[in-house]
Design a binder for this molecule. Structure first.
Ligand SMILES: Nc1ncnc2c1ncn2[C@@H]1O[C@H](COP(=O)(O)OP(=O)(O)OP(=O)(O)O)[C@@H](O)[C@H]1O
Length: 263
């Protein structure tokens, strides 16, 4: 298996502070990683490096075999699918769901007035269907609920057939039903052997879908734990990561965590 992402001693320094501090991390092809950590830990910063939008201050980052700094990022970016809040803000509100997904295939955010390739449209509809969005194809993106918007953006990220799929807090802001629906769909994707390698940032272990294989835990820019999820997602590591005593449980392929009561 080759690495889709390899960071060696990567730091990102801003105003004299290391937002990411000497992180070494490798993601092999086919792996599904979760990045866990408290607010401000550096999760999004790591994802921005993985998507080639941010260059490390020091250390080396190799994405899909290409070293950041030595490659034209405009050739690299179409190989990486990214779904996150930042992306939602870039989408025109009046554009339909179908157009929002379709434009990804052309490396754009807004539609233009040419007609789209029929094969692309058929593919977009299949992907929307898999994310439970088939009935929303003609709805304006701006009228969608939070959950529908998130599923549309994941469909958009998948549309380009990426080699690496990055998901930044896909379940944030969803209600219980919306979260569980998304977790089921992400679980199906994570277990699909032909789906791309995946990295998902989250704050909550409850949002980890079955099929995710590895976890990276960070705190204040530093790696607390990294490796196979069954080995590393322990009460001890989670407590160190979030800075308070936590108990983590794994049952029926799902994870839960709770704090210990105050004495
Ligand atoms: N351009 C910047 N200049 C200075 N500090 C920054 C910059 N970008 C991010 N930071 C800081 O870096 C730290 C890490 O930010 P990052 O967004 O990566 O954290 P995160 O783990 O994704 O947090 P959250 O869970 O709250 O989204 C934060 O303290 C943030 O304020």
């Amino acid at each position: 298996m080759s690495d889709v992402l390899e960071l060696v001693d990567v730091s990102v320094v801003r105003n004299g502070r290391a937002l990411v501090d000497q992180v070494s991390w490798a993601v092999a092809e086919g792996e599904r990683w979760v990045i866990l950590g408290p607010n401000g830990a550096g999760k999004t910063t790591l994802l921005n490096i993985a998507s080639s939008y941010l260059f490390p201050t020091s250390g080396t980052a190799v994405i899909l075999g290409e070293k950041l700094g030595g490659v034209d990022v405009f050739e690299l970016r179409p190989r990486i699918g990214m779904a996150g809040v930042a992306m939602a803000d870039k989408m025109p509100r009046r554009q339909t769901v179908l157009e929002t997904v379709l434009t990804a295939a052309y490396g754009m955010t807004a539609h233009w007035h040419e007609s789209y390739d029929e094969t692309d449209e058929a593919r977009a509809r299949v992907i929307l269907d898999r994310l439970g969005m088939a009935d929303f194809a003609d709805r304006a993106f701006g009228t969608l609920s939070e959950g529908e918007r998130k599923r549309t953006l994941i469909a958009r990220a998948i549309m380009i057939d990426p080699e690496l799929l990055l998901l930044d807090e896909p379940a944030a802001g969803l209600d219980l039903g919306g979260r569980e629906d998304l977790v089921r769909r992400l679980g199906r994707l994570a277990r699909d052997p032909i789906a791309p390698s995946m990295i998902m940032v989250t704050h909550h272990v409850e949002e980890i879908a079955p099929g995710f294989t590895h976890v990276l835990m960070i705190r204040q820019g530093k790696v607390v734990a990294s490796g196979p999820i069954e080995l590393e997602l322990t009460s001890r590591n989670l407590s160190l990561c979030f800075g308070l005593p936590l108990v983590v449980e794994h049952e029926n392929d799902r994870w839960t965590a709770r704090g210990l009561p105050l004495k």
